[in-house]
Design a protein around this ligand. Structure first.
Ligand code: SF4
Ligand code: SF4
Length: 187
C-alpha cells in the first residue's frame, strides 16, 4: 500500500526526466500486468515491473530509485516485447536506475551491479559461467579480497566449483549471441 501523501509533485520532475530520456510515456501504462507475468526475475524484485510503472505514475519516485528492481533487472527485454502497447518497460527501469546512480543512491547496492556486469563478461568470455574466476574478479574489483575466502576449501572439497573447467565447444557462438543482443534494436 502506498500512502497517498507520498504522491507529491516533487517526484513529477523526475518522472518527466525519465520519460524524456527513455522516450516512453509512463502514464500510458494501464496496469495489465503482462510485463510482470512474463518477467523471470519479478519474484526477486521488491516491485515487479507493472508496480514499478505505477510508482512512477503516482510520482513516488524515491521508491523507484531505491528499489531492487533496477539493480536486479538483467535487461532481457521480455517485458518490453510483451507489453501490448509497446512500452519499453526495460528502458524505463534502466533509465531510473541510471538516474539513481547519478544521484549516488544505493551506494550499498553497487556490488549487485558489479556482480551482474562481471557475470555477463564471464559468460561471454568462457561460453558459460566460470565460477572460480567470477569470484576472484568480484573480490578484486570490489576491493574485498578476502570476501568468502574461508569457504573456498569447503567449496573445493565438495567440488562445487572447479578451478579448471572444461571448455565448451563453440565459444564463438556464445559471443555472437552477445553481439546480436547488443545490436538488437529497441522496441
Ligand atoms: S505490460 Fe505494458 S501496459 Fe501492461 S502493465 Fe506492463 S507496462 Fe503497463
Ligand atoms: S528486462 Fe528486467 S524487468 Fe523486464 S522482463 Fe527482463 S528482467 Fe524482467
Amino acid at each position: 500500500m502506498i500512502p497517498l501523501s507520498e504522491t507529491l509533485s516533487q517526484g513529477r520532475e523526475l518522472v518527466v526526466e525519465i520519460e524524456r530520456r527513455s522516450g516512453q510515456k509512463v502514464a500510458d501504462c494501464y496496469q495489465c500486468g503482462t510485463c510482470s507475468s512474463t518477467c523471470a526475475a519479478a519474484d526477486a524484485f521488491d516491485y515487479p515491473p507493472h508496480v514499478f510503472m505505477r510508482l512512477l505514475q503516482l510520482g513516488v519516485v524515491d521508491r523507484a530509485l531505491t528499489s531492487t528492481t533496477g539493480q536486479l533487472c538483467y535487461d532481457c527485454m521480455t517485458c518490453s516485447s510483451r507489453c501490448p502497447i509497446s512500452i519499453d518497460v526495460a528502458d524505463v527501469i534502466e533509465t531510473t536506475k541510471n538516474i539513481a546512480d547519478e544521484q549516488g543512491i544505493r551506494e550499498s547496492e553497487r556490488g549487485l551491479r558489479l556482480f551482474r556486469n562481471l557475470f555477463l563478461k564471464n559468460v561471454r568470455r568462457h561460453g558459460r559461467l566460470h565460477e572460480a574466476s567470477l569470484l576472484a574478479w568480484f573480490n578484486l574489483k570490489s576491493g574485498k579480497l578476502t570476501n568468502d575466502m574461508s569457504l573456498v576449501p569447503l567449496i573445493l572439497h565438495r567440488k562445487k566449483v572447479r578451478i579448471i573447467q572444461p571448455r565448451i565447444k563453440n565459444r564463438a557462438q556464445v559471443r555472437r549471441i552477445f553481439q546480436r543482443a547488443k545490436e538488437r534494436p529497441k522496441w
